[in-house]
Structure formats: structure tokens, C-alpha cells
Ligand binder design. Structure first.
Ligand code: M7G
Length: 386
């Protein structure tokens, strides 16, 4: 039986690493990498001059999701006994400015109490060129990766150029985030660690986001899975569901458990979040449900060695250049760029403005970069910015 631990107090904490301290107020902005009005997040590139004038830093600010308890208007019986009253929108601290009132419709700008205005901040420092690429996503392309393309193009690329897995090993070796571990199974073959993803603000079970990181270090991604990994995958599915039910009270049938292909980090991990929340990265072109993966391997033991798997590449990623050499995936966009050179001033595409909603800007991007399709064109799908 694997040894199972459900709280950090039972864990052996060894050689903790002292985290660096950042002074966010000293951040100096160089460039906005991404401004996503749908996710209410902004991604900034700059430096922390007090740490280094040259090392790049990425700072992401994201507005927090609403907690249902924050809109309560009555104090419930058990809350009365709490010493600290919970913050609420509906208090005298709420500042309200009326935009307009028209018939039965009204629009306001509201500033709630300070505690409810917090913004989640994420820092990557020092950020590599690859991080900057990843966070300045713009134009995307779908590649249908055959097993041969995986071996000849993708695998050599990911072997030579991938994000460091140090943060994963720090978690597995109990050097970082130990106090955040929700559940651990230490079995060498089938074990894993379940803990909150960096993306989760930790405030709200509505947008819970956990990662199940497998203990084995030789499984880079879905591509490496075969039927011999079924006990690991089944254990991951069963034990994670049980631990989440116990810790967060979420029904296992309300959970989405999936892998990304391609992942950013090539050490097998499963993403877990509630289905009623649209977590980032759940698109069909990137996610593979754990249930489906298990079923595919039950039916065909070497399914992922033989399958063609679509995945997304974005402008700025060097793997896109390698695929472009083989498959000319950018051909349509290149033609369009050439045509754009011939466009007169009256026909020039409209510029983006800050006032426009992101959806409108995305539509313009699609319009700008998707010319008439030729039936002979390569299989290419252009999607809007993330
Ligand atoms: P992925 O599918 O490899 O990449 O997932 P992507 O989803 O970013 O495309 C890796 C997951 O690990 C992401 O959901 C990240 O938010 C999460 N993550 C990344 N880092 C560096 C950390 C970390 O240091 N700690 C934790 N807890 N999660 C992380």
C-alpha cells in the first residue's frame, strides 16, 4: 500500500529554499504583452531595477473572481459568532457613481471596501525569452502532429528547448510549496502530489484549480503514455477525486480532469478544476480529458504512440518556425501580408483603440489575417488571441 498523506503537517520538510523577495512597487514597465478584457488580466514586461537593470520580469495582474459570501446581505447564525466580520459589497463603504438611469435600466461604477479590491499578482523573474514568447501570445495555428512529425520535429525541439522543471522537482522533493500540498501518494510508480496551481487565487472554490503532478520523472506528456501507465492514471483519478471531496466538498462528478497537449512543462501533470467554471486553457484544441485518455489506452495500449494529435502553436514560438519549414503553416498569413502592402490609404485596416472591447479587437485581428481561402491551401486554422 502506498503511504498517503493528507496534510502538510505529516510531511517531512527537507531543505526549504528561501524565496526571493520582490518589491512590486519598484517594477518598471517596458511593454504590455497582453491585455485580456475577458479574463480581466494584463501581462506586463519590465524590470525590477533594485534587483537588476537588465533581467526581464513578467508581472500579471488579474482581477479576482467573486466569492458568493461577499455579496451576502444578512449575517448568518454561525457568522455572528466569528470575531472578524466578513467583508461585503453591501456596506456603507460602498462608493457608487451613477453612469445613467433610463427607465427600468441603470448603470453604476462601484468601488467596494478595500478588502474586496485585491488583484492577484503573478511574477516571473528572471523571465527567459521563452516566457516572454508564451505570455505575449497573439496569432495561433493548429498543427496536426503525426507520430513521425512528433519524432522528427517536436521531440528534438522540446529536448533542446524547454522550460526548466526545477519548480516541479522542488514540489516533489518538498523544497517548495510543501504547506500547499492537498494530498500526496508517495508510491514510486503510481504516486503523485496534488496541490493548488499557480493560477488559483486560493480564495474561492468556484474557481478551484489544482494540479496532480506524478512522481515518475520519465513521462514528458500524453505522447509517452501507454497501457503500462493505466494503474498510475486510475490512481490519480480516484485518489484526487476523493481528496478533493474531503478537502473542498466538491462532488467528483463536478470535476474536469485533463492534460494539455502540448504542455508548457514536460513532466506529466493533470489539471483539475470544477466544470461550472471556465478555467483558462480548457479549449478543445489543447485539452484531453483524463477519462478519455484512460479509455483510449484501455482500448489501444499504444494509442498515443500511434495517434495524430492536433495542437496549437503561436507566433513567436520557435517550434512554429520549424513546422513552417515543413508544412508552410504560415503561407496564408504571408500572402495576406503581401496583399496588405498593396492596400491604398483609403482601404487601410482600422487601428485598434483602447476603448474597444477585446472581442471587437479580436474580430479585427481575424479579419486582418484571414484572407479568402483557397481550396488547395494547407490545413490551417487561425484563432484569436488568448
Ligand atoms: P501546462 O499544461 O504545462 O502549461 O501546465 P500551461 O497550462 O501553462 O500551458 C502547467 C501548470 O502548472 C499551469 O497550469 C501553471 O499555472 C502551473 N504552474 C506553473 N508554475 C511555474 C507553477 C509553480 O511554480 N507552482 C504551481 N503550483 N503551479 C505552477
Amino acid at each position: 500500500m502506498p503511504e498517503q498523506v493528507e496534510s502538510s503537517s505529516k510531511l517531512n520538510v527537507s531543505s526549504e529554499i528561501k524565496p526571493p523577495s520582490y518589491d512590486l512597487t519598484k517594477f518598471r514597465l517596458k511593454r504590455i504583452l497582453n491585455n485580456n478584457s475577458k479574463c480581466k488580466s494584463i501581462t506586463l514586461l519590465g524590470t525590477f531595477p533594485d534587483l537588476s537593470e537588465t533581467d526581464a520580469a513578467i508581472v500579471v495582474f488579474e482581477k479576482n473572481a467573486y466569492r458568493e459570501s461577499d455579496v451576502a446581505t444578512e449575517v448568518s447564525a454561525n457568522k455572528e459568532s466569528e470575531s472578524e466580520p466578513k467583508p461585503s459589497y453591501f456596506t456603507t463603504d460602498l462608493q457608487v457613481r451613477t453612469d445613467f438611469i433610463n427607465n427600468i435600466y441603470a448603470s453604476f461604477q462601484c468601488v467596494p471596501t478595500q478588502q474586496l479590491c485585491a488583484v492577484k499578482g503573478t511574477v516571473i523573474y528572471p523571465a527567459t525569452d521563452k516566457h516572454i514568447e508564451k505570455y505575449s501570445i497573439c496569432q495561433k495555428y493548429i498543427i496536426n502532429e503525426t507520430p513521425d512529425l512528433y519524432k522528427s520535429v517536436t521531440l528534438p525541439y522540446i529536448s533542446s528547448s524547454q522550460f526548466s522543471l526545477d519548480w516541479v522537482y522542488n514540489i516533489l522533493e518538498h523544497k517548495q510549496e510543501t504547506d500547499r500540498i492537498v494530498f500526496e501518494d508517495t508510491h514510486p510508480e503510481n504516486g503523485f502530489i496534488l496541490l493548488p496551481d499557480l493560477k488559483w487565487d486560493g480564495r474561492n472554490v468556484e474557481n478551484l484549480y489544482l494540479l496532480g503532478i506524478v512522481r515518475k520523472r520519465d513521462i514528458k506528456s500524453l505522447r509517452d503514455l501507454n497501457a503500462s501507465h493505466l494503474p498510475l492514471l486510475r490512481n490519480l483519478r480516484q485518489s484526487a477525486k476523493q481528496a478533493i471531496l474531503q478537502r473542498y466538498g466538491l462532488n467528483p462528478t463536478q470535476l474536469r480532469m485533463y492534460f494539455h497537449y502540448q504542455p508548457s512543462f514536460y513532466h506529466l501533470h493533470v489539471h483539475i478544476n470544477p466544470i461550472r467554471n471556465d478555467a483558462p486553457g480548457i479549449w478543445c484544441e489543447k485539452s484531453h480529458m483524463l477519462d478519455t485518455v484512460i479509455n483510449n489506452l484501455e482500448l489501444v495500449p499504444d494509442y498515443y504512440l500511434r495517434a495524430s494529435m492536433p495542437f496549437v502553436l503561436y507566433e513567436g514560438n520557435k517550434l512554429l518556425d520549424l513546422y513552417d519549414e515543413q508544412l508552410e503553416v504560415r503561407t496564408i498569413s504571408t500572402q495576406q501580408a503581401n496583399e496588405a502592402d498593396d492596400v491604398g490609404p483609403e482601404e487601410a485596416p482600422e487601428a485598434f483603440t483602447d476603448e474597444e472591447p477585446e472581442e471587437a479587437r479580436q474580430c479585427k485581428r481575424i479579419k486582418l489575417s484571414t484572407p479568402e481561402r483557397d481550396s488547395n491551401e494547407a490545413e490551417l486554422v487561425v484563432t484569436p488571441c488568448a
